[in-house]
Design a protein around this ligand. Structure first.
Ligand SMILES: Cc1ncc(COP(=O)(O)O)c(C=O)c1O
Length: 416
């Protein structure tokens, strides 16, 4: 197999237009777009019939194992536009200790921390930057809780763009330094991600940059869609019963739901999973709206949680997240920071997985949902760990030893 063929072969593309997620009105493909005229996110639409006529499951199986094997499902027209850092297919790992502890037949996690810049944000920004390169963008900006900023910095700089990133002042320190190290101008803002978003939106005219913030351009979710395509293919086109997803701005859950709908329309899958939106108790606008039966979420006041990536007090795609949850007969659930910390420690200590706090939130939610009878013992459950635990603060470890004195081995091995 030619390991670079996904990045070197020209392949047919099937993007037909963009569609306003609020009104359904059509927008031209192959142009730079932000929100629709009515202020809604735009969604990429494809000729799925033609796509299904061109590509088979066998075609995909014969390609190198990276995100660009799904090229025909993506909007990028020219191979030369692709900006790639090696977007590997991420492993699905079992969590036997957690399954036993909670009393479930099995538990899987899709570990997105293996991607470039150590988070799933690589998928979205890889496609968004490739499209922006194709369409002539040279100056990029975005509001972030950390991981998206790192991915935009890496891909944007590789594409030769100027990159400007705005994040809350208490964004995990490693992420801020990572963004700076990757060549972006990064600013700490004394507010939350929506305050950062206002700065970025304000600079579109005055600073002449393109706004890559969540759902403000149509192509990031196309990259996120590959999580769903990849998952389906890895599980031999038989999806899990339930997916737990850490939900902030919602690009992942919206993108995956879009993937499953496209695969269903092509006749490639016949059953879709229940989608569960997981949030933190200190910032749970989607969970509140879900329980109230609302189509949109209200701004969450004084948002706070250790899981930085899901601290999103207002999401422009709230109605799309809620739609995915309801259409799939899933649910939305909030967990406390204490439950997140406990789940993170359990996953690390018992299953060998150092997850992000956001990933740990899905484990905590899984445990809570089992206890509440929202899912059954036999449900095939898959969690998403979207980022690497090494990017976040960890509890200190202060044990030390004086190598010049006697070594007390009984003390060392006690209480383990
Ligand atoms: C590690 C991690 N998990 C989950 C999320 C939530 O992302 P979204 O809801 O936009 O898919 C983020 C966003 O920053 C993140 O960094």
């Amino acid at each position: 197999m030619d390991h670079s063929s996904n990045l070197s072969a020209e392949r047919p593309t099937f993007l037909t237009h963009l569609e306003c997620s609020g009104t359904g009105s059509r927008y031209e493909p192959d142009r730079l777009h932000s929100l629709s005229d009515t202020g809604h996110p735009l969604l990429a639409r494809y000729d799925l019939e033609a796509l299904a006529g061109q590509v088979t499951k066998e075609t995909l199986a014969g390609r190198p194992p990276d995100m660009w094997r799904y090229r025909e499902f993506l909007p990028v027209r020219s191979t030369a536009s692709i900006v790639s850092l090696g977007e590997v297919m991420t492993p699905i790992v079992s969590m036997p200790a957690a399954a036993t502890r909670v009393g479930s037949r099995s538990l899987l996690v899709k570990d997105e921390s293996r991607l470039p810049t150590a988070s799933f944000k690589a998928r979205g920004l890889c496609v968004a930057v490739s499209m922006a390169k194709e369409l002539g963008v040279t100056r990029a900006a975005l509001a972030t809780n950390g991981n998206a900023g790192a991915a935009l910095a890496a891909y944007g700089r590789r594409a030769g763009m100027e990159v400007y990133v705005f994040c809350p002042a208490d964004t995990p320190e490693v992420s801020v330094r990572e963004i700076a190290m990757q060549g972006a101008k990064v600013y700490r803002v004394n507010g939350l991600i929506n305050d950062c978003g206002r700065i970025v939106a304000g600079g579109v005219d005055e600073a002449a940059w393109f706004d890559f913030s969540t759902l403000r351009e149509p192509y990031r979710i196309e990259g996120k869609k590959t999580m769903g395509l990849e998952l389906a293919e890895q599980l031999n086109w038989s999806l899990p019963d339930v997916i737990f997803y850490p939900t902030g701005g919602g690009t992942g859950i919206i993108g995956m739901w879009k993937a499953f709908n496209e695969l269903e329309a092509m006749g490639w899958i016949d059953r879709k999973p229940r989608m569960v939106a997981v949030q933190a108790e200190g910032c749970a606008p989607i969970v509140k709206a879900y329980h109230e039966g609302a189509d949109h979420a209200e701004l969450w006041p004084d948002a706070s949680t250790v899981a930085a990536g899901i601290r999103v007090p207002a999401a422009i795609g709230d109605f799309l997240i809620l739609r995915a949850v309801r259409e799939s007969e899933g649910f939305a659930i909030a967990v406390s920071d204490e439950e997140i910390a406990a789940a993170q420690a359990d996953a690390a200590k018992q299953d060998g997985l150092l997850t992000s706090p956001e990933g740990a939130a899905t484990l905590a939610a899984f445990e809570a949902a089992r206890a509440d009878g929202l899912i059954s013992k036999d449900d095939r459950v898959l969690l998403f760990n979207c980022g690497h635990g090494l990017k976040y603060p960890m509890p200190p470890s202060n044990r030390a030893i004086d190598h010049t004195g006697p070594i007390d081995f009984a003390e060392i091995t006690s209480g383990h």
